[in-house]
Ligand binder design. Structure first.
Ligand SMILES: [Zn+2]
Length: 260
């Protein structure tokens, strides 16, 4: 499966000197789009170079040296040529087959949901090794042991990594804690849970709150072992709303910055 051609073979070997424009990295293909007759632009989240846009020349021909290795969800080791705006894929070899992901529609759609979130949070050419590691971890989990909370847990952990870990143990307005007060609501704008007297946002059930704590307090395996139920659905809906809230706020911040 490894395509190594002539002088590139030398360049690909560990420790061999590369020209100043060539670089190696490993990444996950987030999405692709057509370019011209036979080429495709590949958007990747890489381990060391953040989000990268690169042209894969001739990839849409049946004789392409890249084969199917540059499809969304592919985990690939790359040799890239750095361009001013778009890089060029020189070589791509598979790190691991993610094919089990595509075996069922449910797994594929979970995989795409994870790719989309990583795409939204990744910044071009801004290294974010933690985001890359989390993405690969989530895709492996979906491939090996899919569970209702893999995608929601990924969203919550992304938000926590962005410094937006919600407050789950005390009312964000009055500071009241269980068992003195019941924490019954979750407000995205306030960044956490609220007691009955202060409540705003949406209602949260005790079961969903326990699951959220499992996800964010280091008991992820317990959360992932939870069977599908109205409570896992509740955590999923809240995770999607929280991520959308964050992305929208960030986009608004960009718009505001551009006005000044
Ligand atoms: Zn309160």
């Amino acid at each position: 499966m490894v395509h190594l051609l002539g002088s590139e073979h030398v360049a690909m070997r560990q420790g061999a000197p590369l020209s100043s424009h060539l670089y190696r990295d490993v990444g996950v293909v987030l999405r692709t789009y057509k370019l011209g007759e036979a080429d495709r632009i590949i958007v990747l989240l890489t381990a060391e170079n953040g989000k990268v846009r690169a042209v894969a020349k001739g990839v849409r021909k049946t004789t392409s040296k890249f084969g199917a290795r540059l499809e969304p969800l592919s985990h690939v080791r790359l040799l890239l040529y750095r361009g001013r705006e778009l890089d060029i894929v020189s070589q791509a070899e598979s790190v691991e087959p993610m094919a089990p992901l595509l075996a069922t529609l449910d797994r594929a759609s979970q995989g795409m949901a994870v790719l989309e979130a990583a795409d939204q949070l990744g910044l071009e050419r801004e290294p974010n090794p933690q985001l890359y590691r989390m993405l690969v971890g989530a895709l492996r989990t979906i491939a090996d042991r899919p569970a209702p909370l893999v995608v929601p847990a990924f969203y919550w952990k992304l938000l926590a990594a962005e410094g937006l870990r919600p407050e789950l143990d005390a009312c964000v307005r009055c500071g009241g804690t269980e068992p003195d007060v019941a924490l019954v609501a979750f407000d995205l704008g306030e960044g956490g849970v609220l007691c009955r007297a202060c409540r705003s946002g949406t209602a949260i059930t005790p079961g969903a709150l326990l699951l959220l704590r499992d996800i964010l307090d280091g008991r992820l395996n317990e959360a992932l072992a939870t069977a599908e139920s109205p409570v896992t659905h509740e955590v999923g809906v809240l995770a999607t709303r929280a991520l959308e809230h964050h992305i929208e706020r960030r986009l608004r911040a960009v718009a505001m910055f551009e006005r000044h």
